[in-house]
Design a protein around this ligand. Structure first.
Ligand code: SF4
Length: 687
């Protein structure tokens, strides 16, 4: 141990949560390889010392009695909660034996947010799975990917910087986005508001953002595409378009304008529940009080059968008004948005996938493959899949048919308790070397603590498994730093040399991404085959979707017995199902004692409910218990809850949002999300 390790010293790192586009800097104090404090990093160029409750709670990961510290194997039946410690050698050998007894494409790998905490594991897992000929599924299908799919069809995936919004936008539509999902955007929005920018909130409920908005439009869930098309109708019929931009940078405007004739404000009003005059006024505001920016939600607003139609239609608005490639315009920060800058180098470029029967990242197909006994070994990495998938009854049924389920994680969770056979203890972010990438920067995350117990990082487990399974070339690097240097090799320093971990260290751990532009699409080359914004999309047409942006009426309740539309989203005190639904970390457990269901006062009165009452949420798929919160923050006929509670998604539909073929229409952005729609009834539980 060095002299420095004996004395208390500070290191800057990043919060391990993955609340993209927010990523906050941390200052940790360590002495004798023990963590003393975690604080916000005041020098951090983006978060400026901010750390939310979730970030502070990460301190409680260490020396936590609930932490998984040794490999475990199940004793007795699945779900019986009996485990015995085993060695790493035994645990890995169980995996290897099971994999060798089956075909490689009958091995599934599902990586959750939990292995994204250091930002460098995901490419490595993909490399292992691809070279090994295993199923390599992307959990973006429970998150941002369906919204990204719609944006990609139109071709607008890059986002302008939050700093650009603060300085330049005159009108800001915060559309389905919340401060809970991007806390560091809040200060920039407030700055813009103080400067005089007009802020409009468009959402299905009131949120922490609402007090900062000049106008609030609460829409019926699932009607965002209808609003976007009605706004586009007003913009085109009142000739508020930018003709030069349309001529130079778009495809299919004439057909789109014709198509829009039917989508009048009155049509939009009947669907969204807004007033037609409000839709007209909003379209004029967006087109005239410029530059105008849209900060689009990352995930929850797209969680319904036709969610991708919303982002596809909304992406047309900046193009119609010529608000792309300029300051204060386009889209603001968003989970999954592309940055106009150099990225990491791909470590999949040299990788060939063997022939196999591969199931795409398509939720319904994955559930079906499990149920049809096509998967013999399932490796869950940092995931509580029974909280995040839709229609988890079907998923649980599929999991019960898998011969060996292995989980790699920090803490137990519902999926592990009910379904795992082997548990591998994972390292936390301060116990391994990593990086975090934001839209504008890359940050170094040093290893400052030894792994607790017998926890191991994936950078040692994957090469070890590859070796035992004779999968060549999985980790052709000397060590983790050498691997990370390869990721960094696409970043160019001023002297033309590639960035390295050593250089990052020398610079204090912060790096502004090379060739970064705070304005998206400064070159007007959009993410479509034509390089133009595509109102009319051949890619869509080829896979059986409408060639032009569309709106499909959401499914109505199948029964009068379930009249309430159920929606879910994020709060500031939780991050999906992280850390055993927050219950493993005392700070988050206190903030999240039980599931809470928001219900409108009139709906509550009808059911004789008041705040604090225990309620049963039920539909044809299942039941879930919660505590009622009676609030006007939700619309009548809608109930809302934060996501991440295991059992909640028993209620939601696992129908695919897109067919398997259509879901693959956009390279790199799987449209494989399930619908997640749910209509429910809520009733009091009388004790
Ligand atoms: S907002 Fe909170 S959880 Fe998210 S990165 Fe910042 S500190 Fe971490």
């Amino acid at each position: 141990m060095t002299t420095q390790e004996h004395s208390a010293h500070q290191i800057t790192t990043m919060c391990p949560m993955n609340c993209h586009p927010t990523q906050c800097g941390m200052t940790v104090t360590v002495q004798d390889r023990t963590l003393l404090t975690i604080k916000g990093d005041p020098q951090h160029p983006e978060s400026h010392g901010f750390l939310c409750q979730r970030g502070h709670a990460t301190r409680e990961i260490f020396h936590n009695p609930k932490r998984l510290l040794t490999p475990l194997r199940r004793v007795g039946p699945r779900g019986g909660q009996k485990w015995e410690a085993c060695s790493w050698d035994e645990a890995l050998e169980m995996m290897v034996e099971a994999i060798e007894q089956t075909q490689r494409d009958r091995v599934g790998i599902w990586r959750g947010h939990g292995v994204g905490t250091t930002g460098v594991n995901t490419p490595l897992i993909s490399r292992f799975a691809t070279l090994g000929g295993m199923q390599n599924w992307s959990s973006s299908i429970v998150c941002w990917a369906l919204g990204g799919y719609g944006l990609a069809l139109t071709g607008v995936l890059e986002a302008n910087a939050k700093e650009d919004m603060a300085a330049n936008a005159q009108t800001i539509l915060f559309w389905g986005a919340t401060f809970s999902s991007q806390p560091t955007t809040a200060a920039h929005l407030i700055e813009a508001h103080k400067r005089g920018a007009h802020v409009v909130q468009i959402d299905t409920r009131r949120t922490e953002l609402s007090p900062h908005a000049d106008q609030i439009f609460l829409l019926r869930p699932g009607s965002d595409a209808a609003l976007a098309l009605a706004l586009a109708h007003v913009i085109t019929t009142e000739d508020l378009v930018d003709h030069a931009f349309l001529n130079d940078h778009t495809l299919g405007f004439t057909a789109f304008a014709e198509h829009l004739q039917a989508f009048t404000p009155e049509w939009g009003a009947a669907i969204t529940g807004l007033a037609a005059e409000d839709i007209r006024a909003l379209a004029r505001l967006y087109a005239r009080q410029t530059p105008a920016m849209i900060v689009l939600g990352g995930s929850s607003m797209f969680k319904h059968q036709h969610g991708w139609e919303a982002s596809r239609a909304i992406a047309c608005l900046p193009a119609l008004t010529g608000q792309l490639g300029k300051i204060g315009t386009g889209f603001g920060p968003r989970h999954g948005a592309y940055s106009h800058s150099d990225d990491y180098a791909s470590v999949l470029a040299d990788v060939l996938r063997p022939q196999g029967d591969y199931v795409p990242s398509h939720m319904a197909s994955i559930a079906e493959a499990l149920d049809a006994e096509k998967i013999d070994v399932f490796w869950l990495l940092g995931s509580n899949i029974l909280s995040s998938f839709a229609n988890t009854n079907h998923l649980a049924q599929g999991l019960s048919k898998v011969k060996l389920i292995v989980a790699y994680d920090l803490f137990m969770n519902e999926t592990i308790r009910s379904s795992a056979d082997v548990i591998l203890p994972g390292t936390a972010w301060l116990e391994e070397l990593g990086l975090k990438q934001t839209a504008s920067h890359i940050y170094l995350m040093e290893q400052v603590l030894p792994p607790e117990g017998e926890a191991r990082p994936l950078s040692t487990i994957l090469p070890e498994l590859a070796n035992r399974l004779s999968i060549p070339n999985v980790f052709p690097w000397k060590d983790q730093e050498d691997y990370i240097n390869t990721l960094l090799s696409a970043q160019r320093m001023a002297n033309g040399q590639a960035l390295t971990v050593a250089e990052l260290r020398r610079m204090g751990g912060y790096w502004k991404r090379s060739h970064h532009s705070p304005v998206a699409y400064p070159d007007y080359r959009f993410h479509t085959p034509s390089g133009k914004v595509e109102f009319w999309s051949e890619r869509a047409q080829k896979v059986g979707l409408s060639a032009l942006p569309s709106y499909t009426e959401p499914e109505r309740s199948a029964s009068p017995a379930t009249p309430l539309r159920f929606c879910q989203g994020r709060t500031l005190s939780a991050f999906h199902a992280f850390y055993d639904e927050g219950q493993a970390l005392p700070l988050l457990a206190r903030a999240n004692p039980a599931p809470e269901l928001w219900i409108h006062p009139r709906d509550a009165r009808k059911r004789q409910l008041k705040t604090g009452d225990q309620v049963l949420i039920a539909n044809e798929r299942g039941q879930f218990e919660a505590v009622a919160l009676v609030t006007e923050a939700v619309l009548r006929g809608v109930v809302w809850m934060r996501d991440g509670w295991s059992g909640l998604n028993k209620l939601t539909s696992g129908n695919p949002a897109l067919t398997r073929t259509a879901s693959d229409a956009v390279a790199g952005i799987p449209g494989g999300q399930a619908a997640y729609d749910a209509w429910v009834e809520v009733s009091p539980i009388h004790s």
